[in-house]
Design a protein around this ligand. Structure first.
Ligand code: ADP
Ligand code: ZN
Length: 633
């Protein structure tokens, strides 16, 4: 039997009909159509699509089509218990029969759901990975399978299965059980991030060797990447938010809990709506803040990386990193949370020498990890460092890291304001030989601060104590300021000529690559140390096509009547969202409201075909929307 969403009119809907009638979209995006076709036919699939690319529909539409054809329920494995309520709420709003099973439910509630499942009344069931392994869940899956009611397994955030990924969740390992127990049930794994190593690991762990791979372009053209030098982080951040994103929603990532709290306070003191989020807060407070972030407009979340996976808020306008992340995968995943709605957004990171030292130390001193593991992590950190110091287009470097070739984008700091470079061969040689001489003279190594003092000829106590003012390199670098030396040093580290030895008090060690420079065999070209004020923001030039903001243009194009309608529609949406205890964007996206406001609809027919207006929503809200529009006409 079928339990089609109320909104579907034809008995055997095609994927395209489901897309239009349930979700209110006219066209598939990129590879969605091919993926949906393949999975509807019962094929296994591995889907790599950037955040915001539209992964959800890739399993939701097959789930609907297959259930209608008598195949039963699709089990969605998602690590995000805290978000299941909203994910399921969004489906129910669209008229799809969906539910979640998680530890917050009572025995009674779970039993109720199990009955519904056995009666084939659910199209999608969301569950956390640790659930899958419980005796009760295994029993339920077996009963469903016996009845031919296990349609599809969709494993979301599949990179969590790999320890090479940046979100390793041991519970994901048990998911290989799905294939072992139910080899005939189709499976799909979806992720927004995976370098080659993680991808391979994921395929092996989830036994997806025979699955068809669908790899989308990872480009997110509406996101502008900027990496600035860290000088005065709190002040730089404030200036960035105030000048670029006043009143807009954003996420600020910091390394430590303490720092999260400090920065949240700073923003609040400056009158910015901000909250702190990290794993040290109790889970009720975390949930409450997450809900507020999703539900209120213009909220800034200051967080550790504990925050963000699965956050599908479409209008996050910026993601700022106050500290350097561990690797490019993490960075790209986190920045991907900006601009899911396709409108212009910023990914803005700052970094400094201290970040490099900290990250290195965390890797080197982690006791749990094997040497081989540390080696991989160091390599990943180095890749991120090179990105930070790169003078080429950031997008070209980022996409290149994921194996994708591209052209300079015109929408990153390096494209908008090409960094000046200088021949730093002389400076590099001074720095490298100073490290060498000090080591040789003292038999031990020293840290960055002391080395720069020697180079710049500063007669500190420590210099006197070790007699380093007698070295031939004492004072040979007085021509450059300390900030410049820092920049040189950072770049030499990024180029793997110098290493920070975290196990030996962060002292500096020469690496084999330094030799050629010392011998004068190769020259060194470095990025010019930009002045902080300039580096913070590439100046708006004629190339700032995207930043002229799709949103800005769209809003500007609305006439006064439409603007008024839009304001009323937003207020109305806010009330509905509160009543339903869902984020506003789950009711209608901004873009849908804008289209309605512009249309000035007179009848339900006028509303049909507006993107985001599925049949169920038309039935549920059409009349109200017309009333709200008329009232403002
Ligand atoms: P992902 O999970 O890949 O990050 P989502 O599934 O959340 O992305 O989709 C991102 C946004 O794009 C959502 O707001 C979704 O409604 C929208 N979207 C997805 N597919 C389409 C489509 N074919 N047409 C229009 N909008 C779409
Ligand atoms: Zn670029």
């Amino acid at each position: 039997m079928s339990s089609l969403p109320v909104s579907i009119s034809s008995p055997q809907p095609t994927p395209l009909e489901v897309l239009g009638q349930v979700f209110g979209y006219q066209h598939f995006r990129g590879p969605q159509e091919a993926i949906v076709e393949h999975v509807v036919q019962g094929g296994d699939a591995l889907v790599l699509m950037p955040t915001g690319g539209g992964k959800s529909l890739c399993y939701q539409i097959p789930a609907i089509v297959r259930q209608n054809a008598g195949h039963g329920v699709t089990i969605v494995i998602s690590p995000l218990i805290a978000l299941m309520h909203d994910q399921v709420g969004a489906l129910i709003e669209a008229g799809v029969s969906a539910a979640f099973l998680n530890s917050t439910q009572s025995f009674e509630e779970s039993s109720q759901l199990e009955k519904q499942l056995l009666r084939n009344e659910l199209t999608l069931l969301y569950a956390a990975p640790e659930r899958i392994n419980t005796p009760r869940m295994k029993g339920l899956l077996a009963s469903l399978h016996e009845r031919g009611l296990l349609s599809l397994f969709a494993i979301d955030e599949a990179h969590c299965v790999s320890q090479w990924g940046h979100d390793f969740r041991p519970e994901y390992r048990s998911l290989s059980l799905l294939h072992e127990t139910f080899p005939d049930v189709p499976r799909m794994a979806l992720t927004a991030t995976a370098d080659a190593l993680t991808r391979q690991d994921m395929i092996e762990r989830l036994k997806l060797e025979d699955a068809r791979e669908f790899v989308s372009s990872f480009d997110r053209p509406n996101i502008r990447y900027t990496i600035v030098e860290k000088t005065d982080p709190a002040r730089q951040l404030l200036r960035f938010i105030e000048s670029e994103h006043h009143g807009e929603a954003g996420i600020v990532y910091c390394q430590s809990r303490k720092r999260v709290e400090e920065i949240a306070d700073t923003l609040q003191d400056a009158g910015i709506k901000a909250m702190a989020y990290h794993a040290g807060l109790d889970s009720a407070l975390r949930q409450q803040r997450q809900d507020r972030f999703l539900r209120e407009e213009g909220m800034v979340m200051v967080a550790t990386i504990a925050f963000g996976m699965g956050i599908d808020k479409p209008d996050v306008r910026f993601v700022a990193h106050l500290d350097m992340p561990k690797n490019i995968e993490g960075y790209y995943q986190e920045t991907g949370r900006a601009g899911r709605d396709g409108q212009s957004a910023d990914a803005w990171m700052m970094y400094g020498l201290q970040d490099v030292v900290n990250q290195r130390r965390m890797i080197d001193t982690s006791e749990a990890a094997s040497e081989a593991f540390k080696q991989v992590m160091r390599g990943k950190l180095d890749a991120l460092l090179s990105l930070a110091e790169d003078t080429r287009c950031r997008r070209v470097s980022l996409l290149g890291y994921f194996g994708e070739a591209s052209e300079p984008c015109g929408n990153c700091d390096n494209c908008l304001q090409p960094p000046a470079v200088w021949d730093a061969t002389e400076a590099a040689r001074k720095m490298l030989s100073c490290i060498y001489r000090v080591q040789q003279a003292s038999g031990i190594s020293f840290g960055a601060g002391h080395l720069m003092d020697i180079l710049r000829g500063k007669a500190t106590e420590k210099v006197a104590q070790y007699g380093h003012d007698n070295l031939s390199t004492f004072g040979i670098g007085s021509d450059l300021a300390e900030a410049q030396w820092r920049s040189v040093l950072r770049q030499l580290i990024a180029k793997n000529m110098v290493r920070v030895d975290a196990e030996a008090f962060n002292t500096l060690q020469l690496m084999p690559d330094a030799r050629q420079v010392l011998k004068g065999e190769v020259s060194v070209v470095l990025r010019q140390q930009a002045l902080a004020s300039k580096a913070d923001r590439p100046r708006r030039g004629s190339k700032t096509l995207v930043k002229t903001s799709v949103k800005g243009l769209a809003e500007a194009a609305l006439n006064a009547g439409a603007l008024e309608r839009l304001a009323r529609l937003k207020a109305w949406r806010g009330e509905v969202a509160r009543e339903h205890n869902l984020p506003a964007f789950v009711i209608f996206h901004d873009a849908t409201l804008r289209a309605i406001a512009e249309q000035a609809p007179q009848s339900l027919q006028d509303l049909e075909g507006i993107s985001g207006m599925g049949t169920k929503k038309l039935q549920a809200y059409g009349a109200e929307v017309l009333r709200v529009c008329a009232a403002s006409a």
